[in-house]
Design a binder for this molecule. Structure first.
Ligand code: NAD
Length: 443
């Protein structure tokens, strides 16, 4: 099938590449000329395991190409995926300007029947807006060109995006048109062979499904963080509690790890946007508001613990940071807990000495050259001559730690573990002041 994908970010690039990989003829279009230039030269602008070789293979096979030429892109595909960003507006609602700009472009260059597919995460009712926008641009040509708009939210996770796209639990399609359903079935047929994964539903239900999924996952995290904060105050180890509740099949072990708060490009903005959607229809989404408030508070716990452990004296201190990305296997630092911590530390006059396996370039892009940010080549360099160590991301290479060696490196024997990677007893035995989440020393 001829397919066009608008946006070559995490979702657009993965969608376009995976669809090309099963034989579709895909054109990916972006307004960012430098991104398209890099992609055309075989350089992948984001870090996502396995993506680079898949892109190169499909470009080589001439099934995947990149362009900034919107007319060419619109004319190419019968399916037009919109996978551009939907960042939060000032009031927390999803900002639809990029999605609607693409809709207008599709209307402008429409040359035949098109299915316009909202893959970006968009509030309930957006498909109607996209439809109205295209019809508005088509104006008197609206009778000439037929088109449909459907919802096909994306559930991939950064870090395992290819696996999630190709072997995901479900493919949700919101449409009331048989013609669209048939085309979407054809598009996803290669990924739907062993088990029926396509779920057809109304457009509004599909749009809400994406927000409900992210809100549920964010709720699990905030719930566990709330329990961890309680455990700390009650003298219980949250890791025992986690195992104790996870063994109940109604609860399960997935996604119940306490930590230093959720980040990334989706949970924070989607929880906020859903709460805004609720208030627009006159409903106070109290649970969602609490999920967000707990998360905000959780992100400050790393700083609070560090400040407590160092007696409130942070000015002039060098703090080693392991992990900048909001989670492992990505270079994405959007809303990462590391950022909340670094920004607080800089306010207090501390120097951050950080290492991350993939996000260093992104960190430099975000913060530029500054005296209080030292990026080093590995985790060992990060702790050299540092006063204390904070772990923000659970990259595999951080999971082992020679407590005795760490004790020797740090001028203050303080380790703040935002991901519960280490054994509190071993750390205490090595003479380290070890603070974790819901275990270890308490404030
Ligand atoms: P991103 O910021 O990485 O990429 C968006 C891309 O769209 C950018 O390259 C930008 O230049 C491009 N763009 C903007 N306007 C354009 C236009 N008019 N024409 C063509 N390209 C244009 O975003 P992302 O992380 O890929 O997210 C995209 C959407 O998917 C969002 O709604 C997000 O909530 C949703 N989503 C993201 C993830 C994730 O893990 N990142 C997962 C599921 C869903």
């Amino acid at each position: 099938m001829k397919i066009t994908v608008f946006g070559t970010g995490y979702v657009g690039l993965v969608t376009g590449t995976c669809l090309a990989d099963v034989g579709h003829d895909v054109v990916c279009v972006d307004i960012d000329q430098s991104k398209i230039d890099r992609l055309t030269q075989g350089e992948i602008p984001i870090y996502e395991p396995g993506l680079e070789s898949m892109v190169l293979r499909n470009v080589e096979a001439q099934r995947l190409s990149f362009t900034t030429d919107a007319r060419k892109a619109v004319e190419h595909g019968v399916l037009q995926f919109i996978a551009v960003g939907t960042p939060p507006d000032e009031d927390g609602s999803a900002d639809l300007q990029y999605v609607l700009a693409v809709a207008a472009t599709i209307g402008q260059y429409m040359n035949d029947y098109k299915v316009v597919i909202d893959k970006s995460t968009v509030p309930v009712g957006t498909a109607d807006k996209v439809s109205a926008c295209i019809a508005g641009v088509l104006a008197e040509r609206v009778a000439e060109f037929d088109f449909d708009v459907c919802s096909n939210p994306e559930f991939l996770k950064e870090g395992s995006a290819l696996e999630d796209f190709t072997r995901g639990a479900r493919i949700v399609v919101g449409t009331d048109s048989d013609r669209v359903a048939d085309l979407m079935r054809e598009c996803y047929a290669p990924y739907n062979r062993n088990r029926e994964k396509l779920m057809f539903m109304s457009v509004r239900a599909a749009e809400l499904t994406k927000y409900a999924a992210n809100a549920m996952l964010a709720t699990k995290i905030s719930f566990m963080n709330e329990m961890a904060n309680l455990a700390e105050r009650l003298g219980a180890d949250i890791e025992d509690v986690r195992r104790g509740i996870g063994s109940d099949p109604r609860i399960g072990y997935h996604f119940i790890y306490p930590g230093c708060g959720y980040g990334g490009s989706c949970f924070p903005k989607d929880v906020q946007a859903l709460a805004r959607t609720a208030s627009k229809v006159g409903y106070q989404a109290e649970l969602l508001q609490a999920v967000e408030a707990v998360n905000k508070r959780q992100k400050s716990t790393l700083f609070d613990k560090l400040s407590h452990a160092l007696g409130g004296e942070l000015a002039g201190k060098t703090i080693a940071l392991w992990g900048l990305a909001f989670k492992p296997e990505t270079d994405d630092m959007r809303d990462a807990p590391s950022r909340a911590l670094m920004e607080r530390l800089w306010e207090e006059g501390a120097v951050v000495q950080a290492y991350d396996p993939e996000a260093m370039k992104e960190c430099r892009r975000l913060y530029g050259e500054r005296d209080d940010l030292v990026l080093v080549a590995d985790r060992v360099q990060a702790v050299k001559k540092a006063d204390a160590l904070v772990v923000c991301t659970e990259w595999k290479e951080f999971r082992t730690l020679d407590a005795g060696w760490i004790r020797e490196q740090l001028s203050h024997p303080v380790v703040i573990d935002g991901r519960n990677l280490f054994d509190p007893e071993a750390m205490a035995n090595a003479g380290i002041d070890y603070y974790a989440v819901g275990r270890g020393k308490t404030m």
